[in-house]
Design a protein around this ligand. Structure first.
Ligand SMILES: [Zn+2]
Length: 214
């Protein structure tokens, strides 16, 4: 079996099954060279998840997904990042997960390109930084570049312990979670019915509007 590439920071581990998709064209290059890789993982304090990714053997295009196999309540997780050790904290973000870092105005909503991943705080912040840098690059306004600079500085300050940011992860299907070994800096709250309804309809609208996300 071929070794699958790990998406973000987590343990390098063999993907336990792979399969060719013979009848579908790659959305990037159009060739029929897609392959699915997957594995079921047991995550301590969380349960079983199915991780999958589809990769094009011809051009390298890749999309990942993660699904929670146990039934869980829709919930909001809040984790305070204020120490270098926090990079290792496990984060599971399914495509229905809403990710926010209120201190720096970062908000990631599920959209048609939403990816699921099993990662850690480091992986999440790396994605956020990549996004912020890209947005600044495409903006011709000095203001936007300065704002991006501030966001990046704040992230670094939180990771060095000089400052603090909060990672908020909400999932109206209960498929996302933040799982630190030490739960002291974690708050978990069940979402009420109204919130669940609202978030589910936002996912639907996001899918319809074609909004970009990660
Ligand atoms: Zn391709």
């Amino acid at each position: 079996m071929k070794k699958g590439k790990e998406s973000d920071g987590g343990d390098e581990e063999e993907f336990r099954y792979q399969m060719e998709i013979a009848d579908q064209e790659c959305p990037a290059c159009g060739r029929k060279a897609l392959r699915v890789y997957g594995r079921v993982d047991e995550i301590p304090h969380f349960g079983k998840v199915l991780e999958q990714f589809i990769q094009c053997e011809a051009c390298g295009y890749r999309i990942s997904d993660v699904m929670c196999l146990d039934e869980r309540d829709p919930a909001e997780y809040r984790y305070r990042v204020n120490s270098p050790d926090d990079v290792k904290v496990r984060v599971i973000r399914s495509p229905s997960g809403f990710l926010e870092i209120p201190e720096i105005g970062v908000e990631v909503r599920p959209g048609p390109a939403a990816e699921g991943f099993v990662s850690n705080v480091e992986g999440v912040l790396r994605r956020v930084k990549r996004h912020v840098k890209l947005a600044a690059k495409w903006s011709d306004r000095e203001e936007a570049r300065e704002r991006a600079e501030k966001i990046l500085e704040r992230i670094e300050a939180a990771l060095s312990g000089e400052d603090e940011i909060t990672i908020v992860l909400k999932d109206p299907y209960g498929h996302s979670a933040i799982i630190p070994e030490d739960e002291e800096k974690l708050e978990v709250r069940k979402l009420d019915e109204r919130e669940v309804k609202k978030l589910r309809s936002m996912i639907l609208r996001g899918a319809l509007s074609g909004r970009e996300t990660f």
